[in-house]
Ligand binder design. Structure first.
Ligand code: ZN
Length: 308
């Protein structure tokens, strides 16, 4: 029988986290310092379980491993994508992620990510890229603590989309809620953490050499697709479609027949609706297996769909 895989998320507490995952989505978060909801993950550091049907209670990684037919007969060793909802109540560290070839030494994949801004405080910003023109200039500005000269700040607002290829220096400023689609990797090289300490008075580890090696110098501004289509009671916006992932936002009012050409990772951002016999509500995440050819979604809702 064809069915969805409804996902039970995993939560992560972080020094920069907050409580917006509860106030915005109603998630049952562990504390008021919850930074991340791993909404769809088969990664070893936070493997989600399935909430429904014949795979109920099983981890996503085990279902992926044993039922390749549900996943377009993928030959990928690990479940390839990770969907997070991130509450940066305070600014996250300034960081960079390695590409696939640099990530091999950590026995993980490279990390390319993208952010859809769900909510942003007035005047909130991200750090995106840097002003150094050469590696030596980059190192000099770090050694001289010239963070304001080095880092590029960008204002962001609700509805913005930011593509962060591996090697791009980045951080979220305070007061931002983001839906992130990323390749399934957990390697972060932290370049700068504002000299913050945790509740035990300890600073988090920096990874200066790895960060400098992984960083694209000079910074390269990535290009988005931003294709908008209107059909069948829906507006479909494709933010990006490349070798790593395709990320689309779909606004539906009425009945919409979604074509399923591969397995799809779905998160409901707004509104309510129906799919098969399931009621859809804000914050719910599920996978539509590739065994479907198409599937009817009804209601007034906004959803994000990521796929490989
Ligand atoms: Zn990152």
């Amino acid at each position: 029988m064809k069915d969805l895989l409804i996902i039970n998320p995993v939560y992560k507490e972080l020094i920069w986290g907050g409580k917006k995952l509860r106030t915005f989505f109603g998630f049952d978060i562990p504390s008021d310092k919850t930074g991340e909801c791993w909404a769809i993950s088969g990664h070893k550091n936070g493997d989600c379980t399935i909430l429904n049907g014949i795979y109920q209670g099983k981890t996503l990684s085990s279902v992926f491993f044993s039922n390749r037919n549900l996943f377009n007969n993928s030959s990928s060793l690990d479940f390839p994508l990770l969907i997070k909802i991130i509450d940066s109540n305070k600014e996250t560290s300034v960081q960079v992620h390695p590409n696939d070839s640099l990530a091999i030494k950590s026995n993980d994949l490279g990390k390319t990510e993208c952010w859809y801004i769900l909510d942003a405080a007035i005047d909130s910003y991200i750090i995106f890229g840097h002003n150094a023109l050469s590696k030596s200039q980059f190192e000099m500005m770090i050694n001289e603590n010239r963070w304001n000269d080095l880092l590029i700040k960008k204002r962001v607002k609700k509805g913005d989309f930011i593509y962060v290829p591996a090697g791009t220096l980045h951080a979220m400023g305070a007061g931002i809620l983001v839906l992130e689609t990323q390749t399934s990797s957990n390697i972060t090289y932290r370049l700068y953490d504002y000299d913050r300490v945790d509740e035990n008075g300890l600073k988090r580890t920096l990874h200066l050499n790895d960060a400098i090696e992984a960083c694209i110098i000079p910074h390269k501004e990535p290009i988005l697709d931003n294709l908008v289509e209107n059909y069948q009671n829906a507006t479909i916006k494709t933010f990006i479609s490349n070798n790593f992932f395709t990320v689309r936002k779909i606004d539906i009012s009425g009945d919409f027949n979604l074509a399923v050409d591969t397995y799809l990772l779905v998160t409901i951002l707004e509104g309510t609706g129906k799919i098969l016999n399931y009621s859809l509500k804000k914050g719910m995440s599920f996978i539509i297996p590739s065994t479907f050819d198409n599937i009817l979604i009804s209601g007034n809702l906004t959803l994000m769909i990521s796929s490989v």
